[in-house]
Ligand binder design. Structure first.
Ligand SMILES: [Zn+2]
Length: 208
């Protein structure tokens, strides 16, 4: 099972990926993880991406991002299964991904702008990078205040705020039509207005 969730920020890609990953033991990778891991491993392009771009808060250029995704997906642990989160963001990236791996399913999660806004502005994320716990101060309240079930502190992501939201949405609205046009009928669409549990069930039904 190779799944590539698509959709606007905050629509629930991370939550879905975590559930599938835990229940089916499928590795979940995001571009952020890819950047960090290859830099730590001393991969020359990975180190360059950190030292010249993301380490300073700058966007990693497409050609470097593509190369890092290519290197990662060539690792044996991703040969059979993976959930790739945060890539492709552009049509060029989608075309590149097709040259790295063929048999994956682009899965589009859709929800209204209002739903996305509410989800992002109330989102709480586990501070432990290995945990990936995601909560919501309205719809998925943590058992203990500001604490993940794993015991680590819950934090707000730096870009989950009213100021950054319109910028992130505009970026998505600019690039996603090209990605979706490129994939055309290959995309499976899921109504992400539903609860995360129902979204998960619907996805599982699609794959079983
Ligand atoms: Zn946690």
């Amino acid at each position: 099972m190779k799944i590539v969730p698509l959709g606007p920020p905050g629509v629930g890609k991370g939550t879905l990926a975590k559930k599938i990953s835990e229940n089916f033991q499928i590795p979940h990778i995001s571009t952020g993880d890819i950047f960090r891991r290859l830099a730590e491993e001393g991969d020359p392009i990975g180190a360059k991406a950190r030292d010249e771009y993301w380490g300073h808060g700058n966007l990693v250029p497409d050609e470097i991002t593509n190369e890092l995704v290519r290197i990662t997906l060539a690792k044996p642990e991703y040969r059979e299964n993976f959930i790739l989160d945060g890539f492709p963001r552009t049509r060029d990236q989608a075309e590149a991904l097709d040259t790295f791996v063929g048999d994956y399913i682009p899965l589009l999660l859709t929800a209204s702008d209002q739903t996305i806004r509410t989800r992002i502005l109330n989102r709480l994320t586990c501070s432990n990078k290995d945990c990936e716990g995601i909560y919501n101060s309205v719809t998925k309240v943590p058992k203990y205040a500001r604490k993940c079930d794993c015991g680590s502190e819950l934090i707000r992501r730096k870009d989950d705020n009213k100021k950054a939201l319109p910028i992130r949405m505009a970026e998505y609205q600019k690039n996603s039509p090209g990605v979706l046009a490129y994939y055309g009928g290959r995309v499976l669409e899921i109504d992400a207005e539903q609860s995360s549990e129902k979204i998960y069930q619907e996805v599982i039904n699609l794959f079983s």
